[in-house]
Write a protein that binds this ligand. Structure first.
Ligand code: SF4
Length: 111
C-alpha cells in the first residue's frame, strides 16, 4: 500500500527547482547578449551585405533613398540602447551598426 498524498513542502521544492531550471538559461542568455554586444565588431563598409543595402556609418552621407531624419537609432531593427553609439541590428547579425548610420532596410520604430 502506498501513500498517494504529496508533502506540500516537497511540492514547493519541486516547483522552485523547475522555476530555477527554466530561469537559469534565460538569465544566461540575457547576460551573454549584453557581453557579446560589447565584443562584436563594427560593421565594415566593404561588407558585401552592407554594400548591397548601402549602409553608411553617418546617415547624412547616405544617398537620396534616405528619408529625412532616418537613422539606425530610430529604426525598428536597431537593438542598441537609447544612448549607445553602436548597437546590434537584426539585418547584420554578429556586427554593430552606428546609431547615426543608415541603410535601405530602415523602417521607422513603432510607437
Ligand atoms: S536596418 Fe535599421 S538599424 Fe539596421 S543598419 Fe539599417 S537603418 Fe540601421
Amino acid at each position: 500500500m502506498s501513500d498517494k498524498t504529496f508533502d506540500p513542502s516537497r511540492r514547493n521544492l519541486l516547483r522552485a527547482g523547475i522555476a530555477t531550471a527554466v530561469a537559469v538559461p534565460f538569465a544566461r542568455l540575457a547576460l551573454d547578449g549584453s557581453a557579446h554586444a560589447q565584443d562584436l565588431p563594427k560593421l565594415a563598409l566593404d561588407d558585401p551585405q552592407a554594400k548591397a543595402l548601402q549602409y553608411v556609418h553617418d546617415a547624412s552621407k547616405a544617398g537620396d533613398a534616405r528619408q529625412e531624419g532616418a537613422d539606425c537609432a530610430n529604426c525598428q531593427l536597431y537593438q542598441g540602447g537609447a544612448d549607445s553609439e553602436w548597437g546590434k541590428c537584426s539585418i547584420f547579425p554578429g556586427k554593430l551598426v552606428n546609431a547615426q548610420g543608415w541603410c535601405t532596410a530602415w523602417a521607422p520604430k513603432a510607437g
